[in-house]
Design a protein around this ligand. Sequence first.
Ligand code: NAG
Ligand code: NAG
Ligand code: NAG
Length: 492
Amino acid sequence: MAAPLSRNKAPARLSSSPLLWIIALASLTVFFLYKVDNLALQTKTVAGHNLPPTPWHLFPPKNFDDQSRHARAYQILHCSYLTCPYSNTTVSKGHGFNSPSSSPKCPRFFMFIHHDLEPWAQSRITVDHIMGAKNYASFRVVIYKGRLYLDPYYACVQSRMMFTIWGFLQLLKRYPGMVPDVDIMFDCMDKPSINKTEHDSFPLPLFRYCTTKDHFDIPFPDWSFWGWPEVNIRPWDEEFRDIKRGAQARSWPKKWPRAYWKGNPDVGSPTRTSLLECNHTKKWGAQIMRQDWEEEAKGGYVSSKLSHQCDYRYKIYAEGFAWSVSLKYIISCGSLALIISPQYEDFFSRGLIPEKNYWPVSSDGLCQSIKFAVDWGNTNPTEAQKIGKAGQDLMESLSMDRVYDYMFHLISEYSKLQDFKPVPPSSALEVCVDSLTCFADEKQKRFFERATAFPSPSPPCTLQPANSDFIKSWMQQKQRTITNVREMELKA
Ligand SMILES: *[C@@H]1O[C@H](CO)[C@@H](O)[C@H](O)[C@H]1NC(C)=O
Ligand SMILES: *[C@@H]1O[C@H](CO)[C@@H](O)[C@H](O)[C@H]1NC(C)=O
Ligand SMILES: *[C@@H]1O[C@H](CO)[C@@H](O)[C@H](O)[C@H]1NC(C)=O
């Protein structure tokens, strides 16, 4: 039989065949590429790769089809795993501030930080709280020893996640070595979800961009402070400067004596829908314009420029699907801001005081209410102008420096409540400036560059201690003023 021969000789012949070597090498390569591809397909990224949209707010999933599958896999692996370990994020401990150690007091509305964290003052924040909040979060941010770790669960609309994380990273740069270790669950979608009635027995700490008086959600500055490239809104400091300059193009008497609104009415907001009814300058003193973002994009955003929208004595603010990022731009004009009974609060809108820096407009009898405000302002131009100016001053005091201070104090106060030592979960990956830039397209990169923070020469503003009586009387006073205006209106 020939069997012994083939048994003994075959292996020798096989191993010396170059063809078989090539086949072996090729299959190894294929296997390796398969593994790499698999890893790329499983890596969830800050840009939204491999992430489904949030189930509580569906939107069309992102498509990354402008890249080949191979280029995409390479980018995911390169940016996610090979960037931060080699990036230069030297964490300097301590801080040599140039200015004297006593820093100015923070704006008064910063006291709402204590109010927002009040639900955990007794119970403190435990790992169970974090795990409970996870069910409502689109991502988790852990800051550990000055570095940021991100565990994404769901995709966020557009580039929200990237710009929000960029904001966190700039905070770390602005106050190096000062931001404490924290473990934060964050939802990037619009509507608050931790209903106070339903979560009364065990409030869950969840960060997002807005809250309401009926929710436990903790408001945090939204992405647009660093920019919103999809609608060409630039970083906040830049945008404010231009709006203020644009507003000076017409003196108060030369501004149109009517109320102006321009935006997207099709966002599922009842207020915006009823606002369309008030579009009559003679009858209601209001001009309501539809913003068509697709048309704007084609026209290079010339007519949507926020600095060109301050030629009116009155500017209307109407909430969208939830809070709207437009609030800060509207108030920045220095026109009298007519705010239609808002349900949502963002972190700074608590600084708004009726008759002091804005005019409250009611959502029932909306057109009449706008008309009343316009008539009042045209009869009392000095007062109207003064309130408008106070609104602009409020926005001017909210520079990016102050935004970082708010983030710093909120995170610091939150961290004091944690009854555990935060550590990055094994599923999280480090995100650093270089890895975000690595994922960014050209436009996003330009925005990031312009929204870069540098180490602060002075310490953060001084946060006033908690004072729940003060907050309570602040809110009651606000309600009284709104009721007074409403009564004036009904008598008119
Ligand atoms: C990291 O940055 C610091 C300060 O910018 C610089 O002095 C240092 O040389 C950098 N290190 C590397 C490895 O690039
Ligand atoms: C909160 O939940 C309660 C009970 O389910 C409900 O009646 C209420 O409308 C909810 N509140 C908000 C603001 O959604
Ligand atoms: C409001 O009226 C003006 C002037 O009549 C018109 O140009 C504009 O398109 C109207 N706005 C809406 C949203 O229909």
